[in-house]
Design a protein around this ligand. Sequence first.
Ligand SMILES: Cc1cc2nc3c(=O)[nH]c(=O)nc-3n(C[C@H](O)[C@H](O)[C@H](O)COP(=O)(O)O)c2cc1C
Length: 203
Amino acid sequence: MDDQSAIPESDPVALFDAWFAEAGTSEPNDPNAMALATATPDGNPSVRMVLLKGHGPEGFTFYTNAESRKGGEILANPRAALLFHWKSLRRQIRIEGSLHEVTAAQADEYFHSRPRVSQIGSAASDQSRPLPGRQTYLDRVEDIAREFPEGDIPRPSHWTGFTLVPQRMEFWLGRPNRLHDRRLFVRDESAAGDGWTSGLLYP
Ligand SMILES: Cc1cc2nc3c(=O)[nH]c(=O)nc-3n(C[C@H](O)[C@H](O)[C@H](O)COP(=O)(O)O)c2cc1C
């Protein structure tokens, strides 16, 4: 028991929910933006921002193009790290674990929940591959809009989502005099209670 820490010592998923909900009311835009770090099997890392589009005990879900740079890295090495930083709250959350692809039905549902223009923009994008000139992209957008003059655009099969199943979750809370608070949760199926163990880390 550590009564000096401001971070609860159990249930990191509920703690994520609480911090995420607070970020939703305090951040000026995209409180669901997170850095997604992936790596090649031989250890070359890369990182970019994506949007969190679903979360719960099963994991943290984002959507993307499976043929992008990140998609290739995930296919070869399905492990990743996520990072949220809510500056105005002085809070950071790091999450690490393995990834699995969402079902086609889930990907369809999310793809078709987006505005038609976003569907067209994604369908026209060979994400991460060289683009000879911006006009090429705009022409593809126009071609798709002409091919499907109204309503939803069919989801390209490479446009999909991934769910990160958390193995480690770390919460960082800025506190006065730089005496910050950090707590690391590690999933441990043999642990009593919620299946997580936790401990503090030096900041
Ligand atoms: C705030 C923000 C949110 C973004 N959200 C997504 C997203 O949800 N999915 C996505 O594929 N790209 C998203 N992007 C673009 C990515 O950061 C990145 O440029 C793109 O996915 C290509 O990355 P890759 O070449 O590493 O595959 C977002 C960018 C920003 C700045």
